[in-house]
Design a binder for this molecule. Structure first.
Ligand SMILES: Cc1cc2nc3c(=O)[nH]c(=O)nc-3n(C[C@H](O)[C@H](O)[C@H](O)COP(=O)(O)OP(=O)(O)OC[C@H]3O[C@@H](n4cnc5c(N)ncnc54)[C@H](O)[C@@H]3O)c2cc1C
Ligand SMILES: NC(=O)c1ccc[n+]([C@@H]2O[C@H](COP(=O)([O-])OP(=O)(O)OC[C@H]3O[C@@H](n4cnc5c(N)ncnc54)[C@H](O)[C@@H]3O)[C@@H](O)[C@H]2O)c1
Length: 467
């Protein structure tokens, strides 16, 4: 029986454990915490649960226009209920995952795993597991998957104290809602929390080192989200790099590198993540990390060491739960001799859970504008959609990109409430090389927001050289 040891029980680890067990391998998964990993316990699942609350309150904007009167200032959020729900859901999901993998025959160990081969280049590998009490167990493996994930990056001058200076994992222990939350870092994590707290009625200031939020996302989409931020009263400090954050009285002061200061009640540090790749014995198998500490892998998740695979955030490929899981599954299929296609990042659908949401798939507008990919593009503002008008929705759009000659859909962007649910037709088109013509001829419900997708197809088709 092929022996597989998986270091880390997040989406990369537990999804690969399921695949390996289903293919008859002898599988052990080790996590120093609980199964589900950072994703389920601290990052993705808790933040999306919090965002469910902020979304409920955000949905109340514009009620007056629909004839429903309410006083939004008096619609408050109960911190304790929200945090209880967040933690409860995370623990329940973790328990479900553990039960599921155990049902498939996977052995689950709680402890810290470390590779400990006698020298690099061996055909069989050793992993040492240290449990809480300090005892150790040695496991022998034909294949090892490194799936140790990542943890919040700490700025030396702004070390989280869990009270006023926080990383996102500490938010759910706050007794009170922050009065004025300063979100330091405006990547996807910063944008999601800034949006969530703003919509829950908290005063928010976002510190962005660039001239916009979410510099890696579609610029038009980021502009819409920024507009909503400012309409809701959030403030964006641009070209603002935080140098240090200090406690001051009942609050904090964020010192920017240009000398400016911002005062608030709490600072939330969202300045990225670092891979959990130190102290895990990579040197014993001859793996060197890249300059940022990530484990280099190829498109079937192989590291440079024979028999050792890596998947998820520790590889830095695309830090998404969906990608982590797929990398892990691919690693197992490959190790166990199943037919496998290398991962295709261009077909990954992703979503930023702001209000409104921002979903993307395929080639980006940035790549098209830079001339890297020839494409025809269309952008339809939500305001032109009949359903959006009926619902009173104004902020958002649909973008569709296709190849100039063939009309094959190569990407798209949706900014709308629940954009995460609307990106799938574009993702399907990208994955299966459907054309604008195919979309145009598809029936959408009338009236529906997805009607904008088929309309975008029709508008692109009008220019289709082949029609
Ligand atoms: C705030 C936030 C929100 C996010 N929201 C989304 C989202 O909405 N959608 C999405 O797709 N992605 C989201 N992500 C990204 C997603 O959480 C990660 O991509 C995903 O967790 C990666 O999974 P992983 O298995 O690689 O690592 P993790 O989930 O981090 O799991 C790694 C596990 O390995 C364990 N471990 C580490 N070292 C060892 C060791 N030596 N021995 C034993 N165990 C070890 C850790 O304790 C951890 O449990 C979000 C990230 C953040 C920060
Ligand atoms: N919905 C989702 O799928 C979701 C949600 C959250 C995170 N993620 C994933 O996690 C990954 C990491 O995202 P992230 O936003 O946590 O990190 P990030 O590295 O993308 O963004 C961090 C931001 O902080 C800024 N920054 C760094 N130091 C700073 C300083 N001193 N002052 C001011 N700004 C500073 C950086 O310029 C950067 O823009 C992404 O790849 C994302 O895909 C996904």
């Amino acid at each position: 029986m092929t022996r597989i040891v998986i270091m880390g029980g997040g989406p990369a680890g537990y999804e690969s454990a399921l695949v390996a067990a289903q293919h008859g391998a002898d599988v052990t998964v080790i996590d120093q915490n609980a199964l589900g990993g950072g994703c389920v316990l601290y990052d993705c699942v808790p933040s999306k649960t919090l965002i469910a609350t902020s979304g409920a309150r955000a949905g109340l904007h514009g009620m007056g226009e629909l004839g429903v009167s309410l006083d939004l200032d008096n619609v408050t959020v109960d911190n304790h209920v929200v945090h209880g729900r967040v933690k409860g859901l995370a623990l329940a999901q973790s328990a479900d995952i553990k039960a599921r993998v155990q049902r498939e025959g996977v052995r689950v160990l709680t402890g810290t795993a470390r590779l400990c081969d006698a020298e690099p280049g061996l055909a069989v590998h050793e992993v040492e597991v240290t449990v809480d009490g300090g005892e150790t167990e040695r496991l022998t493996a034909d294949f090892v998957l490194i799936a140790t994930g990542a943890t919040p990056r700490v700025l030396p001058g702004a070390v989280p104290d869990g009270e006023r200076i926080l990383d996102w994992r500490q938010l759910y222990d706050l007794d009170e809602m922050p009065e004025h939350l300063i979100v330091v870092g405006s990547g996807v994590t910063g944008a999601e929390f800034a949006s969530a707290y703003t919509e829950m009625g908290v005063r928010v200031t976002v510190v962005s080192s660039r001239d916009r939020i979410m510099p890696h996302e579609d610029a038009d989409a980021a502009a819409v989200i920024e507009e909503v931020f400012s309409q809701r009263g959030a403030t964006l400090a641009k070209h603002a790099r935080a140098e240090k954050v200090e406690r001051a009285g009942d609050g904090v002061v964020v010192h920017l590198s240009d000398g400016r200061t911002i005062e608030g009640s709490h600072a939330l540090m969202t300045v990225g993540s670092v891979p959990n790749t130190t102290g895990i014995g990579l040197e014993t198998v001859g793996i060197e990390t890249d300059s940022r500490g990530f484990v280099p892998v190829d498109r079937v998740s192989r590291t440079g060491a024979s028999g050792i695979y890596a998947a998820g955030d520790c590889t830095g490929l695309l830090m998404l739960a969906s990608v982590a899981s797929m990398q892990g599954r691919i690693a197992m299929w490959h190790a166990l001799g199943e037919g496998v296609s290398p991962i295709k990042l261009k077909t990954v659908a992703a979503n930023v859970f702001t209000h409104p949401e921002l979903a993307t798939v395929g080639i980006s507008q940035q790549a098209i504008d830079a001339g890297e990919v020839p494409a025809r593009t269309i952008m339809l503002p939500l305001a032109t959609n009949p359903r959006a008008k009926m619902e009173g929705l104004r902020h958002g759009f649909v973008k569709l990109f296709c190849r100039p000659a063939t009309g094959v859909v190569i990407g798209g962007v949706v900014v709308a409430p629940m954009a995460s649910e609307q990106i799938l037709p574009i993702a399907l088109a990208v994955q299966n090389q459907l054309t604008a013509h195919d979309l145009a001829l598809t029936f959408a419900v009338y009236p529906s927001l997805s009607g904008s997708l088929t309309e975008a197809g029709r508008q692109l088709m009008r220019h289709d050289d082949l029609d």
